[in-house]
Design a protein around this ligand. Structure first.
Ligand SMILES: [Zn+2]
Length: 280
C-alpha cells in the first residue's frame, strides 16, 4: 500500500460514524507561514548593552523585574505573527472541523493566533500555551483574558514600553499589571488558562490522534500522546523531521508516519475525511 492508501484506510477505520479526531499542532505548522520560533537567535533581544535570551525573557520572574522589556519583545513577536498568513494546513483544519463538527478538537501549542484567523472555531480550539493577542492579570484576580489594545497593532519595535503604554495594559479589574497570555518557562499548565484537563480529556476520547509539526518538548503534548497510546488510539505523526511522536508511530502497526510539510499532508487528510463523509 502507498502512504496515501494507508491514510485513506486509517480514516475509514478510525473516523467511522462515532470516531473522534484530535489534532495537536505545534511550531512546524507556523513555520510554514514564515513565523520564526523565537527560541534561538531569532529571539535574542538587545536593550542598551544587554542581550537577553528568549529562555530568560519568557519567564514570570523576568516579567516582574522588567515588564517594559517583556512586553516589547512580545509585541515584536506579535507583529511578526500578524504579518504572516494562515497556510494550506491551517485551512485544512478548518475544513476538518466543518466535516466532523463536535467529533473534532484542535489542540495547539502555537500562540500566534493563526488557527483563529484561518477560521477555526473557538469552542473546538484549545490554545494550551495561550495567545499573543490576549492579556491577562499578573495578579491572577479573575481568570479572564482581554484583547491587546488596538494602540499596539502598529508596534514600531522599540526595545521597551514607556510607563504610559504599560498603564494601558493594566488589569481593568484590580489595576495590577497586565501580562501576555502565554505559558512561561517557570509556570505550570492549569485548566483555566491552558486547558490542562480539557486537552487530556480530548486525547482520551480520540479514536485518531494526529500530531503536526511538534517535537514534543513540553509536558502536556507528551501526556496526551501517552493517554492515547494507553487506549490503543491510532496515531499519525506529520513532520519534516524526526521526533518522539514519530518514533512511537513507527513502532505501532495501527499508526502512520507522514514525512513532509503539514501544508502537504493535512489537505490530503481533509480530502480523505471528505470522501468518507460522502460515502456514508
Ligand atoms: Zn486583576
Amino acid at each position: 500500500m502507498t502512504v496515501d492508501e494507508r491514510l485513506e484506510a486509517l480514516v475509514e477505520d478510525r473516523l467511522s460514524s462515532d470516531g473522534r479526531l484530535v489534532v495537536l499542532s505545534g511550531a512546524g505548522i507556523s513555520a510554514e507561514s514564515g513565523i520564526p520560533t523565537f527560541r534561538g537567535a531569532d529571539g535574542f533581544w538587545t536593550v542598551g548593552s544587554t542581550v537577553y535570551q528568549p529562555q530568560e525573557i519568557a519567564t514570570f520572574e523576568f516579567f516582574m523585574r522588567e515588564p517594559p522589556v517583556t512586553w516589547a519583545w512580545y509585541l515584536h513577536r506579535r507583529a511578526a505573527c500578524h504579518r504572516a498568513r494562515p497556510n494550506a494546513a491551517h485551512l485544512a483544519l478548518v475544513e476538518l472541523e466543518s466535516l466532523l463538527g463536535d467529533r473534532f478538537t484542535l489542540v495547539t501549542q502555537n500562540v500566534d493566533g493563526l488557527h483563529r484567523r484561518a477560521g477555526s472555531g473557538p469552542t473546538r480550539l484549545l490554545e494550551i500555551h495561550g495567545n499573543l493577542d490576549r492579556v491577562r492579570c499578573s495578579a491572577n484576580c479573575g481568570g479572564a483574558t482581554w484583547p491587546v489594545p488596538a494602540r499596539f497593532d502598529d508596534w514600531e519595535d522599540r526595545r521597551q514600553l514607556d510607563a504610559e503604554e504599560l498603564d494601558l495594559l493594566a488589569c481593568p479589574h484590580c489595576a495590577a499589571r497586565g501580562r501576555p497570555h502565554v505559558l512561561w518557562f517557570d509556570e505550570f499548565y492549569d485548566e483555566t488558562n491552558f486547558h490542562f484537563y480539557g486537552a487530556q480529556n480530548a486525547a482520551a476520547a480520540a479514536t485518531l490522534l494526529v500530531v503536526v509539526g511538534t517535537t514534543g518538548a513540553t509536558n502536556l503534548p507528551m501526556r496526551m500522546a501517552e493517554i492515547a497510546a494507553g487506549r490503543g488510539t491510532a496515531f499519525i505523526d506529520v513532520n519534516i523531521e524526526d521526533n518522539v511522536f514519530r518514533r512511537h508511530a513507527a513502532s505501532d502497526p495501527r499508526s502512520l508516519v507522514l514525512d513532509g510539510p503539514a501544508s502537504h499532508w493535512l489537505p490530503r487528510l481533509a480530502a480523505a475525511v471528505a470522501r468518507r463523509a460522502g460515502s456514508s
